[in-house]
Design a protein around this ligand. Structure first.
Ligand code: ZN
Ligand code: ZN
Length: 259
């Protein structure tokens, strides 16, 4: 009985805060009282439609439908991808950006319930889905992990591992803490991550089929480097699943400041 005044005060305080600072849709900023995972219903509907747009089965870049049926987009045909197939929860387009940033940089953990189910759905529909033996995440350097305790690829990898009933294996490590990839050109990104990853000591793979998880794929330089390390250690097939895919291609030069 004694804590009743305190409870009243808490309720009053919450009501005042809600009035002064109404919770707004992460995407459009409206104050719809029925937000779901930080989004109003019309943004949720529009984003769901965006996530269903066709993407290249190899690199997950948004493409026309006829390229999906070929299995490779123009970019993938010009090089020999180290990743056999990639899926994304959605494209990194303007509407998706506030969600990706909140998840990746602001540690908004509840957005795992937005990206996780969409990613698992894409994985289950991929032609290679039943071939995957284990899930691994693109690792970050321990120094960065200390600065940012919530690491989106780790949360996503755990979600995928549980939902797809696949073991989550910590086989990769980041050995060099170089500068962020943000703002670097396509070529500089490749150089920046070259040699930045290694297998954990004592780990050897035997004809393994691994699914790599990351939060955002921009040029694919990071995932490609991880795939190179995995293949050199005995992986025969490497697939990737990411929360969002930037519409970048090698010809984009320095115009890669988004992520
Ligand atoms: Zn909205
Ligand atoms: Zn492609």
């Amino acid at each position: 009985m004694r804590d009743r005044p305190a409870r009243h005060l808490t309720r009053w305080y919450a009501a005042i805060i809600d009035t002064l600072f109404p919770v707004r849709c992460l995407v459009c900023g409206c104050d719809d009282p029925a937000l779901k995972l930080g989004m109003c219903s019309s943004c949720d509907k529009a984003i769901t439609a965006l996530c269903r747009e066709p993407a290249c089965p190899t690199c997950a870049r948004g493409v026309a439908n006829y390229e999906v049926s070929k299995g490779l987009c123009g970019d993938c045909r010009d090089k020999k991808p180290r990743v056999d197939g990639t899926v994304r929860a959605g494209p990194y387009v303007e509407m998706m950006q506030p969600l990706v940033r909140a998840f990746k940089y602001q540690g908004q953990e509840d957005l795992l319930q937005f990206f996780g189910p969409r990613l698992v759905d894409e994985i289950s529909r991929a032609s290679w889905s039943s071939r995957v033996e284990a899930v691994a995440m693109v690792p970050t350097h321990w120094r960065r992990r200390m600065r940012r305790p919530f690491y989106a690829p780790s949360a996503l990898a755990e979600y995928v591992s549980k939902s797809c009933h696949l073991p989550l294996v910590g086989i990769l490590q980041r050995t060099r803490c170089g500068p962020h990839q943000i703002g670097l050109s396509y070529t500089a990104r490749i150089q920046n991550v070259h040699g930045a990853f290694a297998m954990r000591s004592g780990v050897k793979l035997s004809k393994a089929r691994i699914l790599l998880i990351d939060d955002v794929k921009t040029t694919g330089a990071t995932i490609d480097e991880c795939a190179r390390v995995l293949r050199r250690s005995g992986a025969t097939e490497v697939y990737a699943a990411v929360a969002a895919r930037v519409q970048a291609s090698p010809g984009d030069g320095a115009n890669l400041s988004a992520m």
